[in-house]
Design a binder for this molecule. Structure first.
Ligand code: GTP
Ligand code: CDP
Length: 226
């Protein structure tokens, strides 16, 4: 069984993690693991962790480290035959240390996007809550305004996407993400991308992954996902 490829994508709210993760999943066959989606699934199915996490998310707070690691690490340890890309975890140094004690990462992508760009993007972001599908009225609009392309159900805008909520979330992100970025920089596996346009960043990320993911793993992943 070929070795697995394990990567993390980091970035502030609205930086394009979800958008780029979908492209990486499609192009390289990595399983996109979104910690936000995983939390929403747990909240929707009323699990003990979901009920607890909801009390923090509703207040725009980060879910405590021990709850996140207890939720995510067993899931990652189960993934013994599929390479993955983790989105939205780790967010804190404690989460990064817990992850590092559980598995060896091959690559960390960090998106460094200007505040004005984040504000602009999130003001136009619409989400189909049930599936987590993300639209943007300027970048990738739904076929019919206000409704999900697949289900036809209504799209919503998240409260914490509003500009006034974003500044606080961004400051908090920078405070907690810096030590995590420093850890991965020290490990020599951090790759940072800065631009205002995902389509301009994508070719660089794509060539980085083509260079880093051994062909036997990429072929095996693509074969297993088709
Ligand atoms: N105009 C524009 N919008 C973009 C670009 N890239 C992504 N978006 C949109 O910007 C919004 C944020 O992108 P996401 O992929 O959701 O970003 P994220 O980092 O996953 O955001 P969080 O889930 O809040 O952490 C979405 O509505 C995207 O469709 C871009 O290059 N230009
Ligand atoms: N490691 C994590 C990931 C998500 N979360 C919480 O889950 C919410 C949704 O995560 P998300 O990744 O979909 O959204 P963003 O906060 O990235 O915009 C976050 O706003 C946090 O409140 C967390 O507390 N810790």
């Amino acid at each position: 069984m070929s070795r697995l490829f394990r990567a993390v994508i980091m970035g502030p709210p609205g930086s394009g993690k979800g958008t780029i993760s979908e492209r990486i999943a499609r192009g390289f066959g990595l399983q996109h693991l979104s910690s936000g989606d995983f939390l929403r699934e747990n909240i929707a199915s009323n699990t003990e962790a979901g009920v607890l996490a909801k009390t923090y998310i509703e207040k725009g707070l980060l879910v405590p480290d021990h709850v996140m690691t207890r939720l995510l690490l067993p899931r990652l340890e189960e993934m013994t035959c599929h390479s993955w890309l983790l989105d939205g975890f780790p967010r804190t140094l404690a989460q990064a240390e817990a992850l590092n004690s559980s598995c060896e990462l091959d690559l960390v992508i960090s998106l460094n996007i200007p505040l004005e760009t984040l504000k602009e993007r999130l003001s136009h972001r619409w989400i189909h809550q049930a599936s987590g599908r993300v639209y943007n009225m300027c970048f990738n609009p739904p076929r019919v305004q206000g409704v999900d392309d697949i289900t036809g159900e209504p799209l919503i805008q998240q409260d914490d996407d509003k500009p006034e909520a974003l500044v606080a979330r961004l400051r908090h992100y920078k405070d907690v993400a810096k030590p995590v970025i420093d850890v991965y920089k020290a490990k020599g596996i951090l790759h940072t991308f800065s631009d205002t346009d995902t389509d301009r960043i994508w070719p660089y990320i794509s060539s980085l992954l083509s260079a880093k993911i051994p062909t036997d793993i990429a072929d095996a992943q693509r074969a297993s996902t088709h």
